[in-house]
Write a protein that binds this ligand. Structure first.
Ligand code: NAD
Length: 402
């Protein structure tokens, strides 16, 4: 990946990035994530090294990377300073890099004009959004980065969905009472397990690739017909339905009632013959589509496993409980939350690189922070700025309530 930040740093007369003409380098602060179960960290030593070379002052909160297995001393070796308190971390910080959205209390610690970058999940964090607005904090939401070619290196939704898809396949295998590969042994021949993936987006494709590597027979289904080619290229069978529900921007549209009935029939038959079902179906801004009814679960083989990646947005299976594993009709139904946090080393590494690419957009060719956020990617991901909520749908949700 080419990094314009490093190219800027190469300028001998501009060794330190400054905040628009001042002599002081821009301070980037990385807090320890406080959300329960969050193991990731927003930057890693490898990226810190590039940022410090580019002239940023990087501060890491003590033990911020501990849960992702990046100890403080590696950050120090990469050129960062360790802050022992949150106050020390944020004092004079211009940019704050996060994984999870800040809480209201965390927003209260930020000075006016601070730029916060991370997942913002605005619809579920309206109070923090209004507090950022009122404190004139600037917030960029990485989930709003448009999925255009130029933004691929900043696509944190994709990098984290890759981690989720991989982990889902491993979780499925771990909970399955069968081997996944075919085995020919002196004690007999073992037939390979069948894994069904519902929703072949970024996470689904990674789950397919992982299940294939484990030796399973893999079938997959998606309402977008374009997914068929990608599924087949990974050595899996694509279940065809006479529906093409490709909507705007490459995402799926919601199905018509008669389309839903056809889908239900085909999906139910495939679910009944699977040993592991991994569901990833999602429609942006909507509740997750219900693909597996409780009646279908009752037709599954004893010992079968469902890993429902849509658990946090309502579940693709009727019996899923978010954050829990339940057993119904001999079937294990797992409703995991925050799967990328289960591979925190690599999901943090990928996320940190996404942020590194995003930061390039925030500086001009002289290395100063840009004044306006006119770049298409910045404009689309700008959630709050200068006392205003800039993201239309979030503004509509607030609708004068707060
Ligand atoms: P997502 O998480 O929104 O949804 C996951 C999958 O569920 C999608 O493939 C969707 O089609 C599928 N789905 C929705 N309803 C379904 C149903 N009823 N039955 C079965 N499947 C259903 O999607 P995503 O993983 O974020 O990716 C969505 C699209 O965006 C894909 O086409 C992907 O290739 C594309 N994408 C493009 C870029 C880029 O160009 N930079 C980056 C990432 C993803």
């Amino acid at each position: 990946m080419s990094t314009p930040i490093i190219a800027h740093a190469g300028k001998g007369d501009n060794p330190g990035r400054s905040d628009g003409g001042g002599a002081m380098p821009v301070v980037i602060a990385v807090p320890r994530e406080m959300a329960p179960g969050e193991q990731r960290v927003a930057t890693v030593p490898e990226v810190v090294q590039k940022l410090t070379k580019a002239g940023y002052d990087v501060r890491i909160e003590h033990d911020a990377g501990m849960s992702a297995y990046y100890p403080d001393d590696l950050y120090v070796a990469a050129g960062a300073k360790i802050a022992s308190s949150r106050t020390g971390l944020l004092d004079g910080a211009r940019i704050v890099l996060r994984v999870q959205p800040p809480t209201v209390a965390e927003v209260d610690q930020l000075a006016e004009g601070t730029i916060v970058i991370g997942f913002m999940n605005a619809a579920n964090n309206l109070e923090a959004v209004t507090r950022m607005r009122d404190r004139k904090v600037t917030a960029f939401a990485l989930e709003l980065v448009p999925r255009i070619t130029r933004a691929q290196s900043m696509d944190a939704l994709s990098s984290q969905a890759t981690a989720a898809g991989y982990t889902a396949a491993i979780l499925g295998a771990d909970n399955c009472p069968k081997f996944l590969p075919m085995l020919t042994t002196a004690a007999g021949t073992i037939r390979p397990a069948t894994v069904l993936i519902l929703g072949a987006g970024v996470a689904g494709l990674m789950a397919i690739a992982t299940a294939r590597r484990l030796g399973a027979i893999v079938e997959a289904y998606d309402v977008r017909r374009a997914a068929g080619e990608q599924v087949r290229s990974l050595g899996a069978k694509f279940l065809e339905l006479e529906i093409n529900a490709e909507g705007q921007g490459g995402y799926a549209r919601e199905l018509m009632p008669e389309e839903k009935a056809k889908e239900q029939q085909m999906v139910s038959a495939a679910v009944a013959r699977a040993d592991i079902v991994i569901t990833t179906a999602a429609i942006p801004g909507r509740r997750a589509p219900r693909l597996i009814t409780k009646e279908t679960v009752a037709t599954m083989r004893p010992g079968a496993v469902i890993v429902d990646l849509a658990a946090e947005s309502g579940g693709n299976c009727e019996l899923t409980q978010s954050g829990k594993t339940v057993h119904e009709h001999g079937v294990t139904i797992i409703g995991p939350q925050n799967l990328p946090a289960r591979v925190p080393f690599h999901s943090s590494q990928m996320y940190a690189k996404n942020l590194q690419s995003f930061l390039v957009l925030l500086v001009d060719k002289d290395g100063a922070l840009v004044k306006g956020f006119t770049d298409e990617i910045l404009a689309a991901s700008l959630l709050v700025h200068a006392g205003e909520v800039r993201h239309g749908p979030t503004r509509d949700l607030l609708g004068g309530k707060l």
